[in-house]
Design a protein around this ligand. Sequence first.
Ligand SMILES: C[S@@+](CC[C@H](N)C(=O)[O-])C[C@H]1O[C@@H](n2cnc3c(N)ncnc32)[C@H](O)[C@@H]1O
Length: 206
Amino acid sequence: MEQSVKTPKETSAYGVHALGKKHKLIKRVRKNNPFPEIHGTKVWGSSYLLMDYLENHPIAKGSRVMDLGCGWGALSIYCAKRFKARVTAVDADKHVFAYLAAQASYNRVELKTKRKRFEDLKTGTLAKQSLIIGSDICFWDELTDALYQTIKRARKSGGAKIIIADPGRSPFMKLAKKCRKRLGGELIEYSLEEPVVADGYLLVIG
Ligand SMILES: C[S@@+](CC[C@H](N)C(=O)[O-])C[C@H]1O[C@@H](n2cnc3c(N)ncnc32)[C@H](O)[C@@H]1O
């Protein structure tokens, strides 16, 4: 898990103010809450690849968006702020939500949250979304199939557009190959110099 965006205190990009571990609000949250356990420990760099893509491929105002493995929620905040999207931020780790709440409040947005593994989301819930996103959520081998099955159910039920950003970890590359072969879609190599430096890939389906 090497790729990250350094956030000494705060990174402002794409209208999102992402607080880092050293920000006093995050320090306060950390004092009163356990630290996340499944790598939801900061805003990861791939989030910015997806924000940049959405700047160039905007979604309709008020769209329903689901952010899988939301972590500290920068992507969810971006969609809520930029598109007034009705966002549900989903994560398996209950400990991320205190950090996400602090970031959302600092950015003055409201997000719906759901503690659930993405592979356990009901098909009916997936079917209601117009966009399903996730950044850096395919980092263990077992997540490749879990995510593939989730994407497959989402595509077959409601036909949501799906975009997953990743620095290029091997479980994600396997996922991209499988999705492209069986569900269609494209894998786009993506690189940013500004407003943050980040490299990786976007898997875009639909
Ligand atoms: C590397 S972090 C990325 C967080 C955020 N998307 C970002 O880019 O900053 C991975 C996140 O995925 C969550 N996660 C891992 N496996 C998951 C699963 N099966 N279902 C839902 N969330 C999961 C973790 O708890 C963690 O918050």
